[in-house]
Design a protein around this ligand. Structure first.
Ligand code: KG4
Ligand code: ZN
Length: 337
């Protein structure tokens, strides 16, 4: 009998539900983005996100069931993101999951959003361990050592801005709508790395990152040019920024890959959609002394979605790792507890 998990994700500004079979097959994956509502504020407004989640969630869950061609009677468990994320946004998904599990007498699984990004790769390829994951999103930039499916160690993380946040902030200075990652990526393809932005900590003997210096250097470059009445080439600016960000991400990942004898390198999270990062990581891993498999989800599974939550939850289902109804949202939830 196939295991079917109905997964719900509402940690930020995407309202999402999916039905996943045996952890590796997507029967449906519905994502309702709220971007247009948040765009005029230049970022996600937490209270607005919660309100939209409340309005959308029942419809999105129904759509996920319909597109999968199943009813709740065909579902074996309900999974939901417990954190990290915005507390009000998380609570909407959690309340829906608890209500559905209670009404249909199904087990509940609480899942970590970052684990979801990592296990999105189950849809691509068999995952083998130990593995190294570079998690790059709007809220996170971390290198994680995965000893097996359940034991994770944080090797390093950003000391200030997440890389996606940095993309979004420099995009604002360039006059691009939020979130700016994809627009900068597109512009970068037509530009050259001419501005020599800093590659913070690239040679340091640790796995932490820092992107605030890159952001400041970028903003200073643009403001100085504005004051002098000069115009900078947008494509060159984007290409220079992207080259600096990608160089550091790839160098640190390679350093960790050499130090830990991993079988696979995983790149995941919204910024894993970046074409420059995908290409540079592939080339670097193909050229290194002991090449290993590189796993990156397809573009539609890089950003927030609920299928990834179903993939992570399936591992918990198999282990019998179920929750009772007392759990709460954990906005700062740790992957390493
Ligand atoms: O994982 P995600 O959907 O949400 C969080 O958990 O944060 O990541 C969103 C981030 C945003 O900062 C967005 O600008 C960035 O991913 N992003 C990209 C690209 N597509 C999305 N950054 C760089 N290049 C892209 N192609
Ligand atoms: Zn995310």
């Amino acid at each position: 009998m196939p295991r079917r998990i109905l997964a719900i994700e509402s940690s930020c500004d995407e309202n999402a539900a999916a039905v996943v079979e045996n952890g590796t097959t997507i029967l449906s994956n519905v994502v309702a983005s709220q971007i247009e509502s948040h765009q005029r504020f230049g970022g996600v407004v937490p209270e607005l996100a919660s309100r939209h989640h409340v309005e959308q969630i029942t419809y999105i869950i129904q759509q996920a069931l319909d597109e999968a061609g199943v009813t709740m009677a065909d579902v074996d468990a309900v999974a939901v993101t417990q954190g990290p994320g915005l507390v009000g946004a998380l609570l909407v998904g959690i309340s829906a999951a608890k209500a559905l599990a209670f009404a249909h007498d199904l087990p509940l699984i609480v899942t970590n959003h970052i684990a979801g990004h990592i296990f999105a790769n189950r849809f691509v390829h068999d995952m083998t361990f130990p593995a190294l994951a570079l998690v790059v999103s709007g809220g996170h930039t971390e290198l994680v050592y995965l000893q097996d499916e359940t034991n994770f160690e944080l090797l390093g993380e950003t000391r200030d801005d997440a890389v996606g946040e940095c993309y979004d902030k420099v995009g604002r200075v360039m006059g691009l709508p939020y979130p700016a990652g994809k627009a900068i990526d597109d512009l970068a393809r037509d530009g050259q790395d001419v501005y020599d932005f800093p590659r913070a900590m690239i040679k340091d003997d640790h796995y932490d990152f820092s992107f605030s210096g890159l952001k400041s250097a970028f903003i200073n470059k643009v403001h100085n040019a504005q004051q002098r009445g000069e115009s900078l080439d947008q494509a060159d600016l984007a290409a220079s920024f992207q080259a600096a960000a990608v160089d550091v991400l790839v160098a640190k990942t390679l350093k960790a890959k050499e130090a830990y004898a991993v079988n696979q390198v995983i790149v995941c999270g919204g910024v894993a959609a970046n074409s420059g990062l995908r290409k540079a990581m592939k080339e670097a891993l193909a050229d290194c002394p002991r090449p290993v498999d590189l796993l990156i989800p397809p573009l539609d599974l890089c950003g927030d979605n609920a299928a990834m939550i179903g993939a992570a939850a399936d591992i918990q289902y198999v282990r019998g790792d179920f929750a009772d109804y007392g759990f709460n949202a954990l906005p700062g939830m740790d992957l390493y507890d």
